[in-house]
Design a protein around this ligand. Structure first.
Ligand SMILES: O=C(O)CCC(=O)C(=O)O
Length: 267
């Protein structure tokens, strides 16, 4: 089993990105993946779809094989620190990855119809003491170019709308859902509290190849991931902490939740 390390340091979120994330509920970081990794990711996503038996069982996941590098890729960890939770000491992330899937979207195929995640409760988007809290955050890695209208357009600002979203905008309307375009290897980070939609793919020259990861803080959970421990065992120690169980402090053992082991694997 080869453990794959990321080498670069996290890229800190800029003030401009914080402003845009709070305003719109999303940011797009164009072309952040290196070509070598990008090619391996495309092959992995295609193998997951077409020939899963060619992969070892513990690699048949969109957080496994080369895709494990995306879990804490330096392009996103600086952002997740600012919109979810800071690191817990030197060796543990403050965020957890708690859902992941890959898509090969072909001409004429669409993803999810318009919907949004939590609008109230622990995971609803809010600002607390000048910090963004994007309780449930989706990170979409676009492995091929996305042209306007493809991808996952977002109803910008709907993560903190004061009025209910009118019925008319609960269907895709390009005049209000903000579309994006980006080169291969870009990443879209958005609050699941925004309305968003997986539009019909209209690019005949290539499929949409994308990996969708979802993050919470180490203190909250929305999705039940059911990830086998063998998948996490193939990761370096700090990356493993992105799959730890959800709790803050254990008084009995005088232990803060800043570690991963097989007994501390999320549900
Ligand atoms: O299929 C898509 O592009 C959108 C996926 C989605 O709805 C989500 O990430 O919550």
């Amino acid at each position: 089993m080869t453990v794959i390390e990321s080498t670069a340091d996290p890229v800190a979120m800029t003030e401009e990105q914080k402003f845009l994330f709070d305003l719109k509920g999303w940011v797009l970081l164009p072309g952040v993946l290196e070509e070598g990794l990008l090619q391996q990711l495309r092959e992995h996503v295609l193998a997951l779809r077409n020939t899963p038996e060619s992969l070892a069982e513990y690699e048949r996941y969109s957080v496994a094989g080369p895709a494990q590098e995306l879990v804490d890729h330096p392009a996103i960890t600086g952002v997740l620190r600012d919109i979810l939770a800071p690191d817990q000491g030197d060796d543990a992330w403050g965020f957890r990855c708690e859902s992941s899937f890959a898509h090969v979207r072909k001409l004429g195929e669409a993803g999810s119809p318009p919907h949004c995640g939590p609008l109230d409760g622990a995971m609803a988007y809010r600002m607390i003491n000048g910090r963004i809290w994007s309780g449930l955050t989706r990170v979409v890695w676009e492995l091929n170019e996305v042209k306007k209208g493809g991808g996952t357009p977002i109803l910008s600002g709907s993560h903190k709308a004061s009025f209910p979203v009118p019925e008319r905008f609960r269907a895709f309307d390009p005049s209000v859902y903000e579309e994006y375009e980006c080169p291969p290897g870009s990443v879209l980070i958005f609050s699941e509290s925004c309305w968003h939609v997986g539009t019909e793919w209209k690019d005949a020259s290539q499929d949409r190849l994308a990996i969708f990861n979802c993050y919470c803080s180490y203190l909250a959970q929305w999705h039940k991931m059911n990830l086998p421990a063998e998948v996490v065992a193939a990761m370096p120690p700090k990356r493993q902490t992105a799959f730890r169980a959800v709790w803050g402090h254990d008084f009995h053992n005088k232990q803060h939740n800043d570690f991963y082991d097989e007994d501390n694997l999320a549900l």
